[in-house]
Ligand binder design. Structure first.
Ligand code: GLY
Length: 407
């Protein structure tokens, strides 16, 4: 039958385009959220809200229950703003948006910090998430400036970024740490925003050198490696976190940083070697004889005494990375199921922070630096950040939407 009247044709087109589909209100959207995720997200909102008054008053950022609030040049200062951005993404509530904007602005001067690689954590978790969620043009400028600050630490001989400054006592001339892989995300985003090819080259070169010099044949890595900045020659493996023998140490958070970093670099570059690297790291960790049954790692996979303290942050980073890896890999289902299991463990009472003993954090049983006796078996803001990120990724995947298109 031919549709003759114009109003009727318009009506049909609107129906076909889904115009009259019921618009999901925030409460309805929550109906499709599994209970264990919703409970964790509600707890995250309760806890983050309790932190706010002191943060707004002091302009300092939460680091851990043990260490309290930190100055903005601390490596962890971007994570609380990032948690607020994620809570805005989850809830759509302007309360979280306006407070995320406020606490993000505290970090503005960090875009010029060239003192270490951590400018990536500080700026990408705060301004980066804010930019991805709002498209704020001012945030774009901060991201590009921060990436230039980070890239200023690149050396043409070592073909890497210098993560920390030289240290005579430790005999470090040009130290590179596995954590630095995470901060290539800031550089890559800035390349896409600015078109500055040098930024892209720096990120790719650093990742390539990390594969070449930091990883052992079994796809584990030490925390630190060192180069000669004059010749570019590799000098040694070393430790600062994890177990103290750099030949065999498998610091769990470091293994998770690497897995996350190479998954992210594959997302950005489509280079097959990064996907392969991420898959090999994931397989090494998931098949590790010292991986606990609930998949929340000990502080080092080769700690001399196992069982020992867990590191929920290593679990949260790994869970979030595995969920992203599941979207790229031909073995995606395996990685998705492992990521889901880790998140469910972290969402259980065993890992939920206790308001009396753990303050206003979300997770407990996280370990900052075991051998140095710092933040052991407690709370860490970056455990909370990657846990909330992992839950959001889980929701996006289980709604059937590809993760990388949404970010
Ligand atoms: N990036 C420092 C740490 O993971 O402890």
């Amino acid at each position: 039958m031919k549709i003759r009247t114009k109003p009727f044709r318009i009506l049909l087109c609107l129906i076909a385009a889904g115009f009259f589909m019921p618009v999901l209100k925030a409460e309805d959207k929550q109906d499709v959220v599994p209970n264990w995720v919703r409970n964790s997200m509600e707890y995250a909102q309760v806890q983050a809200k309790k932190m706010l008054p002191e943060v707004l008053k002091t302009e300092k950022l939460p680091r851990s229950f043990e260490r309290g609030l930190c100055e903005i040049d601390d490596w962890t200062s971007g994570f609380y703003p990032g948690v607020l951005w994620y809570l805005y993404e989850y809830s759509g509530d302007d309360f979280w948006k306006s407070n995320a904007e406020k606490v993000t602005s505290f970090l503005a001067e960090q875009q010029y910090n060239t003192g270490d690689h951590d400018v990536g954590f500080r700026i990408f978790c705060s301004y980066g998430n804010g930019w991805l969620l709002t498209g704020n043009k001012e945030y774009e400028k901060v991201i590009v400036q921060a990436a230039r600050s980070l890239a200023s630490r690149y050396n043409d001989k070592t073909k890497t970024i210098m993560s920390w400054n030289p240290n005579e006592r430790r005999d470090w001339k040009f130290p590179v740490i596995i954590d630095n892989m995470m901060n290539l995300e800031l550089i890559y985003e800035a390349y896409k925003l600015s078109g500055d090819e040098r930024l892209k080259d720096v990120a790719i070169s650093h990742a390539d050198q990390t594969i070449k010099y930091q990883y052992r044949p079994n796809y584990s890595c030490p925390h630190v490696i060192d180069f000669d900045p004059e010749t570019g020659a590799f000098r040694k493996m070393d430790w600062n976190n994890g177990f103290s023998d750099p030949e065999i140490a498998e610091w769990s958070r470091g293994q998770s940083w690497g897995l996350y970093g190479f998954t992210m670099m594959y997302r950005e570059t489509n280079k097959e070697e990064y996907l392969k690297q991420a898959e090999k790291i994931a397989d090494f960790l998931l098949n590790h004889p010292n991986m606990p049954e609930d998949l929340v790692p000990y502080w080092d996979y080769v700690s001399p005494k196992i069982p020992t303290m867990r590191d929920a942050s290593a679990g949260a980073i790994m869970a979030s990375a595995l969920l992203e890896l599941s979207t790229f890999s031909s073995q995606g289902e395996k990685y998705f199921k492992a990521g889901e299991k880790m998140l469910k463990s972290l969402a259980s009472d065993e890992y939920r922070a206790d308001p009396v003993c753990n303050g206003n954090y979300i997770l407990r049983h996280a370990t900052g630096n075991f051998l140095r006796g710092s933040e052991v078996d407690g709370t860490l803001i970056y455990a909370d950040y990657y846990f909330v990120e992992g839950l959001l990724r889980y929701l996006k995947l289980t709604n059937g939407k590809p993760l990388f298109a949404l970010k």
